[in-house]
Design a protein around this ligand. Structure first.
Ligand SMILES: CC(C)(COP(=O)(O)OP(=O)(O)OC[C@H]1O[C@@H](n2cnc3c(N)ncnc32)[C@H](O)[C@@H]1OP(=O)(O)O)[C@@H](O)C(=O)NCCC(=O)NCCS
Length: 313
């Protein structure tokens, strides 16, 4: 069947419809397939944060698919072009339009542009959601890192047990001039450059972010971690750590700052000791994600903490 929809950039007047679509699409998919629709809450309101943040961070790059006859929004695809790569996410299609090629159509021009720019396209996709995994797999994406999503209800009295080594040396970063240093560290370890994101968090526009960093005794950066404490998205990441010990110190500090909240965070499944430590703190598994790339995957060292806002890694 020919596709009765058109693609155009998402604009500010679409934000309400985009929030409704994200909420409806996620609730419908997770409820009908897994009986887990309730995890996205009863209201679309919190989902306004996504188009609003992305309008600031990646203005003009989000794709909207609209019904040709009614103009109604059928799909959204948020795109995050960076110097080293193009990242994609969230992608969502309205429940009644799923399986009609809407998501593939939104992604096709994004992939074509990235090819012209000789950049890989990257994303993190749920392994509980075969529709999403299959969409990307058919488009040629290859998984390279497996992550487990954990949630932790941080007691109001703080995490149990002693703080890990280095936790008390974690400092809050508030100077936007440090964005370049954080970005250079991520580039050195992960081959990704997204300085504009770090400058954005440090200016703390739209969302509500806390950026923390850990320095070695010699003053070199050992890691950093961004935490969103916006009520619509209580989540840790993005962040990068040189090793599991630095990651543990950063995580402890970020969790301690969120007493009484239940943040979600993604850890590479290979970070075995860190994951065991998180269980001791009370973490529970809630999802599995695979980082995928279409195009070369830069060799990576250290640990990366992906996030859903922004999905720019
Ligand atoms: C994931 C999602 C965006 C897909 O959107 P969609 O518009 O239905 O996807 P499309 O119709 O464009 O493409 C689906 C592709 O997956 C393929 N596919 C689906 N299930 C498959 C399976 N089990 N095995 C192989 N291929 C499969 C389809 O054949 C199609 O590929 P094709 O175009 O080559 O035929 C949609 O299900 C959705 O919105 N889900 C809820 C939100 C969500 O979870 N988003 C992703 C995470 S942020």
């Amino acid at each position: 069947m020919s596709a009765p929809f058109d693609l155009r950039p998402l604009v500010a007047t679409d934000h309400e419809a985009a929030a409704r679509l994200l909420h409806r699409s996620l609730v419908h998919w997770y409820q009908s397939r897994l009986g887990q629709g309730a995890r996205f809450g009863p209201s679309h309101e919190p989902f306004r944060l996504f188009p609003e943040v992305y309008a600031e961070l990646d203005r003009g790059h989000a794709v909207a698919a609209c019904d040709r006859a009614s103009g109604e929004l059928l799909g959204v695809c948020f795109v995050h072009p960076r110097k080293t790569h193009v990242a994609v996410g969230i992608v969502a299609t309205a429940p009644e339009a799923q399986g009609r090629g809407v998501a593939r159509a939104m992604l096709t021009p994004v992939i074509a542009q990235a090819r012209r720019d000789h950049l890989p396209v990257r994303l993190v996709s749920s392994l509980l959601n075969l529709d999403s995994f299959s969409l990307y797999s058919r488009l040629g994406f290859v998984p390279h890192t497996l992550y487990q999503d954990l949630t932790l209800a941080v007691p109001t009295t703080g995490l149990p047990g002693p703080a890990p080594a280095g936790a008390h040396r974690v400092r809050v970063v508030s100077d936007p001039a440090e964005a370049a240093r954080l970005a250079a560290f991520e580039f050195e370890l992960q081959g990704l450059d997204r300085e504009s994101d770090y400058a954005f968090f440090l200016r703390n526009q739209v969302g509500a972010w806390r950026v923390s960093a850990l320095d070695d005794a010699d003053g070199a950066l050992a890691g950093f971690l961004v935490a969103s404490h916006h009520p619509s998205c209580v989540m840790l990441g993005p962040g990068v750590a040189r090793d599991e010990a630095a990651a543990a110190a950063l995580l402890w500090s970020a969790l301690d700052a969120l007493r009484g909240a239940s943040p979600v965070f993604l850890l590479p499944c290979t970070a075995a000791a860190l994951i065991q430590q998180c269980y001791v703190w009370g973490a529970r598994n809630v999802e599995l994600h695979a980082a995928q790339s279409l195009g070369p995957i830069p060799p990576a060292r250290g640990l990366s903490f992906p996030t859903f806002l922004p999905e720019s890694g």
